[in-house]
Structure formats: structure tokens, C-alpha cells
Design a binder for this molecule. Structure first.
Ligand code: MN
Length: 764
């Protein structure tokens, strides 16, 4: 095949692009054209991190499966508008490639230089680096959650030292933390300081972190690699592609997005736009966040005041045993706040408001009130360090406040008035925008109430639940979590103080029919809207649809008798709102985690368990003869009233061979044809049993053909004794023709549910 060549002009530079159709990532079928397109579109975000920096390239001219080579030296045939930088190494001097603008990126992409590895300084001042890097390199087989936990701890540590760290996926196995600094020290001084920081961090985290490079010495720990901070060393650039299966990108993310990443290859050329659409440029403030390499000591007076306030915090904790943050310095802004959900001995919320370098803190057992006139008890607790604002994790058993801590709401606030024993403030977080008043009654007891001017919670039941799309096959992507598809009555449950109301999918209030679900004492929270499925289970734990339906249709006295006969359980799988806060915008995994603490204990309400092993669940559920499984996007939001593919139901379909025993006459657009076919199937004992009717799976020509086949088989009376519906509209046939039918499950009287006609079985 002749080499294809395209001449183009980008920002006034003439470029000759070749082999655009060549597939460089065979697995994902990503061509060179697509890569050039990517670099063109990402250029505005990427250039600040690669331009004017000496580059090392990794080129994959024949695709990622066919070898690669490093290029350090600027080739002779480089266009004259691409720059260069001579660096003297111990053995030789090398002139590196330096690009300045978008056409340079495209020129590199055309060389199949998929990976760009820049240095940590720019050519205008080669002796003063402007950031340092920690490369978190996990050992083989480490789970990514463990690596994320190290990254969060390292962030807290670096922030406590006065730096503002940024994170990106490596596009391979690890995570990269970049820390911008003011250009004022050389590489040697930087390496010295980075060593001090890294040693101090590893000392506090020796369980899972090491500075040892050698595999034997690492003993399964994550390497905190600081080696790349030496002069003329390089690291893969933010937004650079990687030459790895799946066409991953080394992608800048925000710290909160780290919770939403499950491998370092999650972000790739086919989905990066979704991440950008969500929040724009995660590293937009990178260079503005530069801090001195050697942090200035804080003003001793301020520091002493903060230390004094935090004494009680440190006295209560063993900082070597708890993952909670320590350190005294943090980027104070004066207006940061958070509400944490703390699953300690008693589930409660912690309200924290920044004041004078620390966080004023209260534990609020029942959560912040969201109705006017409601007063809630708040217990003043010790001042917390500012780093606590983002703390999520498990405080180990035996430690103060043992249990899981989640960030429930996080943002800014403003004081409306501030006296020693009475404070008014307005929260401005994505989750809560309300004004509160909190005042001291005695000792550590305070009362919090909604300030009279602010808006109450906007909740109007009934709501329409989110609906699932349908998939024929089990999805395999790691973004899915799986659960049983329960076959019952889809319901939204509204808990509000002393009242529990149950609404069906169509919004009908069905609370009366299910008295055992209307007990507020079953919940550990004050208020919530939960999504679930009400089922009646047989001895094997399988839902019996007909029985739950008879519960739903009970009225008067039969409600109580049916309650005894067919006790229900409700499997909860989602939460939309908890204690006055809408959580529909939070990722599914977070909603599920919070849902799990809303129940006092599992009984009438149960949590529908989820698992990552979709195949295993599918096999087990099929063997149990359940209806199917659900696959849900771990990061998906809850979208009221919409059918969305973030949720997929995968129903088991079964095949059966049936005999056609008759048909019903067609009506409406099927007049002159037939409505449905009466089906019989042979039982193990050889007798024939009525299986109900199938009315879908035909088109008009198919029906016409069947009718001609039926004509000679018509008989006066039906050939079997089982009762049927629509007998008066039916024509009976000699039971000779056989067909294949797919169906979802058998109903309690043994007829087919959701049958679909497949084909006539032709006999020779
Ligand atoms: Mn607490």
C-alpha cells in the first residue's frame, strides 16, 4: 500500500502528516489520526506542562505491540521552527527537542511519539526547577484502593508542610503527585528537600511505603520514587498518552476525583472528554499554587495560638495509630467548612467551621435541621486541624472516635454574626445552602436551628424512581458493580421522623398494604428517601412475585391475614436523600456506603448487597433461578424518572420447545392475523401442560405464513383440559406444530413470563 501523506497548516506551520490511518493501538483500534486529533484538542491544557522544556520521547512507529524506542537527541531532520536545548552530561552533550506551540505537539504525534517526558525546568532558566514529583510506584498485585489511600496521606502530609500538591493518573499502574514551587533553588537543593520530606512521610507510613528501589527490599510496599527529581531526569507529562493497552492517558484529576478512579488506566483517549466536561481543567491553578521550596516558618505567635487550640485534639489521639491528619500548617482561607458523617459508636454528623486557623467542631447526633422551628442538640468537641476538612477514612478500633468518617458536605461558609456563645452562619456547599444559628446552653451543649430566613428542604413525594436500561449480555468493564435483580414491587420509601411512607413506581401510596415496613425505628437516621424492591421470599430465598402482588392488592381485613401468610422484606439498593441533604449527584458507591449506615439492623429492610464479580453473581443467580442481575456504573448519579444506561438489567432468558395448540383472533392492527398462540409443553411424565400464550416475536409475513400452516389443522374443541383465558376468541388446532420460545421465568401456575416467539421447528 502506498504511504498516504497529508499536507496541512496549523497555526501557520506547514506540516506533512503521514500514515494517518495506521492503527497504533490495535486493541482499541486507535489510529494515528485519532491521536493527532487528541493532541490538537488537548493542546491548550497540555502545553503549559511541556512547552519550553527539554523532552525525552518514547516512539512507537509501528504501534504499541511492535516495539518502541527512546529519543533524546533532536534528529537532524527536525523542522527549524522546533527548538533545542543542549545539556552537558558526564559522558556527552545532548541536544534535546524543545517545543513551544501547538504545531510542535502535532509534529511529535506524527512521529508516533505517544509519550512525552519533559524535564522539571524550562529553557529560560535551566538551573531552577519549578516543581517536584513523587511517583507512587505500587508493587505487583497491589490493590489500587491501597495506593489511593497512600496518595491521600501524602497529600495531607504535603499540605501540612505548606505545599499545594496536584495528582494525576500515570496511565500505567501508579499515581504521580506534582508539587509546584517558586523557582529559587537549584536541583541539588530541591533533591535534598524532597528527600527530607519523603523520609519523614515514609517514617510515618512504614507499613505500606518505602524508599527502597530494589525489589527485594521493597517487600510488597509502594515505592515513593523521588529519583526523578534529579537534574535532567524526566517524567511522563500531564495529558501525555501512554504506549499501553487501552490507550490510557496520564491524566490530571482533582483530589476528590481520585475517589472515582479505580485503576490508573481508567482515563483514556475515548473517555477523557467526559472528565473534562465534568469540571474543566483540574490543574488550572498549578503554577499559581507555587510555594517556596523551603517553607517559611509561620509567624510564631499565630502558630503558638493554633498549637494551643489543637492541644486537646492531639492529647486525645495516638497520631501513629490513627490515619487522621496532623500537622499545623494548612492553606487557611478563613471560610472553609465541612460536614462529616461519622459512623462511630453512635452514627452522627460532625459540623466543622474554620476560625482562626482551626476548625470549630460540633457533633450533631440527628444531623443539621432542615425544617423551621426544629432544634437539634449539638455537642461541642475539640478544635480540629484544618486538614480535617477532607479527611475520609476508618479510625481503627481502640482509637478515639473509632469508625468510618465520610465527607458528607464540603465547601465555604460565611459568618452572619459571631459571638462567643452564639454564632450565625450560612453554608455554601454544593450539598447545603442554608443559614443556621447555633448557641451554647450549658457546658459543651449547644442548640442548632435553621435561621428563620432560609429556605427549607425542597422535597415533594411521590418521586419517580430511576429506571434501568436493558442489556442482553453481562457488561465486563471494571466500572460496573453488580447486584441481584429482585423480582417484586419497586418502591420509594420516605422516612420523615415518625412517619414512613411507601410509594409504588407509579407514585401510589401503598404504605397501608405493608405495615411491617412502616416502622421508623428500623432506621438509624431521621429522614431519608430510599429506593428498593419489596419481595416475598420462599424457603430458598427466592422472590415469589405472585405472593407480593397479592400483598399489594390486599385491602381491609385481608391486609393482616396476608401479612402473616406472606411476610415481606424490602431490599434497599439506593438512597436519594439523607437527613435533609440530596445525595442524588454523589457517585453510586458513595450513596451505597451511606445507605448501609441508615438501617439500624437488617431485618424487614435489608441492603441489596453488591459485588464486583459480575460473572460469579450471574452464575449463582441463574443457578438459583432468579430473574437476573443488575449492573450499575459505580460513579453513576441517581437520575429521577429517567431510564438510563448507567443501570443495566440483564435478565436470564430460557428456551423451551412448545406445541402450538391454538390461537386467538387478531384485533386492531392485527385484524385478519392472530393475537397470540396457545402453547403446550411436554412434562417429564410425558403429559402435555398448558404454558400460556405468546404474542410477541412475529412480524406480519411470519404471521401470514403461520396462518396458512394452521388452516388444515383446525379442530372444534381444544385438545387439552387445562383452563385458558380468551377461550371464546380462540381457534383450536391439532397439537402438531412445534416452536421455540424464549421466556424470563415461570409464573406460580407454571405459565411462561415474558415469552417471545423465536421460530417454528421445521420437521423433515
Ligand atoms: Mn465525630
Amino acid at each position: 500500500m502506498a504511504k498516504s501523506v497529508v499536507h496541512t497548516d496549523i497555526d501557520g506551520r506547514k506540516l506533512k502528516l503521514s500514515n494517518l490511518e495506521k492503527v497504533l493501538y490495535p486493541n482499541t483500534q486507535v489510529s494515528k489520526a485519532e491521536i493527532i486529533q487528541y493532541y490538537l484538542s488537548i493542546a491548550p491544557l497540555m502545553l503549559p506542562f511541556v512547552k519550553a522544556r527539554p523532552l525525552t520521547l518514547i516512539r512507537f512507529p509501528d504501534g504499541i505491540d511492535k516495539g518502541h524506542f527512546y529519543t533524546k537527541t533532536k534528529p537532524e531532520w527536525t523542522p527549524n521552527w522546533i527548538g533545542g536545548q543542549l545539556i552537558q552530561h558526564s559522558e556527552e552533550a545532548i541536544e534535546y527537542i524543545v517545543i513551544k506551540e501547538k504545531p510542535g505537539l502535532v509534529w511529535l504525534a506524527n512521529l508516533a511519539a505517544l509519550e512525552l517526558h519533559p524535564m522539571q525546568m524550562t529553557v529560560d532558566n535551566m538551573d531552577l526547577p519549578d516543581h517536584f514529583i513523587f511517583d507512587l510506584d505500587p508493587p505487583e498485585g497491589t490493590d489500587f484502593e491501597g495506593l489511593k489511600s497512600i496518595a491521600f496521606r501524602l497529600r495531607d502530609f504535603l499540605e501540612s508542610q505548606g505545599y499545594i500538591p496536584f495528582i494525576k493518573t500515570s496511565g500505567s499502574k501508579g499515581l504521580h503527585i506534582f508539587v509546584p514551587i517558586i523557582k529559587e533553588h537549584d536541583h541539588e537543593k530541591m533533591v535534598e528537600q524532597v528527600k527530607v520530606l519523603a523520609s519523614s512521610f515514609v517514617k510515618q507510613n512504614k507499613e505500606d511505603c518505602t524508599l527502597a528501589m530494589s525489589k527485594e527490599k521493597r517487600k510488597g510496599k509502594t515505592l515513593i520514587d523521588i529519583f526523578r527529581n534529579h537534574k535532567a531526569h524526566t517524567t511522563v507529562a500531564p495529558y501525555s498518552m501512554r504506549g499501553k493497552t487501552g490507550s490510557p492517558i496520564s491524566f490530571p484529576i482533582t483530589w476528590s476525583e481520585l475517589n472515582e478512579v479505580f485503576t490508573s488506566k481508567d482515563i483514556h483517549i475515548r473517555n477523557y472528554q467526559d472528565w473534562l466536561d465534568k469540571r474543566g481543567d483540574a490543574w488550572a491553578n498549578f503554577y499559581e499554587s507555587a510555594r517556596p521550596l523551603i517553607p517559611e516558618a509561620p509567624d510564631p505567635e499565630t502558630q503558638a495560638a493554633v498549637d494551643k487550640k489543637l492541644k486537646s485534639y492531639y492529647d486525645k489521639r495516638d497520631m501513629d495509630a490513627t490515619p487522621e491528619p496532623g500537622g499545623a500548617i494548612h492553606t487557611a482561607t478563613g471560610d472553609q467548612c465541612c460536614i462529616q458523617l461519622h459512623d462511630a459508636q453512635n452514627l452522627h454528623y460532625d459540623l466543622r467551621l474554620e476560625a482562626d486557623g482551626v476548625l470549630l467542631s460540633w457533633a450533631i447526633p440527628k444531623g443539621l435541621p432542615f425544617k423551621k422551628g426544629v432544634k437539634r442538640l449539638a455537642i461541642r468537641t475539640e478544635d480540629h486541624p484544618l486538614q480535617y476538612l477532607d479527611f475520609e477514612g476508618v479510625i481503627p478500633k481502640g482509637q478515639y472516635g473509632a469508625g468510618q468518617m465520610w465527607v458528607f458536605a464540603r465547601g465555604r461558609f460565611k459568618w452572619d454574626s459571631k459571638k462567643d456563645k452564639s454564632l450565625s452562619f450560612t453554608l455554601d456547599t454544593p450539598e447545603i445552602k442554608r443559614s443556621y444559628k447555633i448557641y451554647n446552653t450549658k457546658e459543651d451543649q449547644w442548640i442548632i436551628e435553621l435561621a428563620s430566613t432560609s429556605e427549607a428542604l425542597d422535597l415533594h413525594m411521590p418521586l419517580e424512581p430511576m429506571l434501568a436500561g436493558v442489556s442482553e449480555t453481562l457488561p465486563t468493564l471494571s466500572k460496573y458493580t453488580f447486584e441481584i435483580k429482585w423480582d417484586g414491587i419497586r418502591s420509594l420509601i420516605h422516612l420523615d421522623g415518625d412517619s414512613v411512607k411507601i410509594y409504588s413506581r407509579s407514585g401510589r401510596d401503598i404504605s397501608k398494604q405493608f405495615p411491617e415496613l412502616c416502622d421508623p425505628d428500623l432506621f438509624d437516621v431521621e429522614q431519608g428517601v430510599f429506593d428498593g424492591e419489596i419481595v416475598v421470599l420462599d424457603e430458598q430465598g427466592r422472590p415469589v412475585f405472585s405472593q407480593v402482588i397479592s400483598r399489594m392488592h390486599s385491602a381491609g381485613k385481608t391486609i393482616q391475614t396476608n401479612k402473616k401468610k406472606y411476610p415481606v422484606v424490602c431490599y434497599l439498593f439506593d438512597a436519594l436523600l439523607i437527613d435533609g441533604v440530596w445525595i442524588t449527584d454523589k457517585p453510586l458507591i458513595k450513596r451505597q456506603a451511606w445507605l448501609s449506615v441508615c438501617l439500624k439492623k437488617q431485618g424487614t429492610y435489608r441492603i441489596s448487597e453488591t459485588m464486583d464479580d459480575g460473572k460469579g453473581l450471574f452464575k449463582a443467580a441463574r443457578a438459583m433461578n432468579l430473574e437476573g442481575v443488575m449492573a450499575k456504573d459505580k460513579l453513576g448519579k441517581y437520575i429521577l424518572g429517567q431510564r438510563r444506561n448507567e443501570w443495566l438489567k440483564i435478565k436470564f432468558r430460557h428456551d423451551i420447545i412448545c406445541t402450538i395448540a391454538g390461537y386467538t383472533k387478531g384485533e386492531g392492527d392485527r385484524s385478519g392475523l392472530f393475537g397470540s398462540l396457545h402453547l403446550l409443553a411436554a412434562q417429564d411424565d410425558g403429559t402435555m401442560k398448558y404454558m400460556g400464550r405468546v404474542g410477541t416475536g412475529f412480524d406480519t409475513p411470519k404471521m401470514k405464513k403461520l396462518l396458512t400452516l394452521f388452516e388444515p389443522l383446525v379442530i372444534d374443541k381444544k385438545s387439552f383440559s387445562d383452563k385458558v383465558e380468551e377461550a371464546a376468541r380462540s381457534i383450536w388446532l391439532e397439537p402438531i406444530l412445534q416452536c421455540e420460545v424464549k421466556y424470563a421465568s415461570l409464573s406460580s401456575n407454571g405459565t411462561l413470563r415474558e415469552p417471545v416467539f423465536q421460530k417454528l421447528i421445521e420437521k423433515n
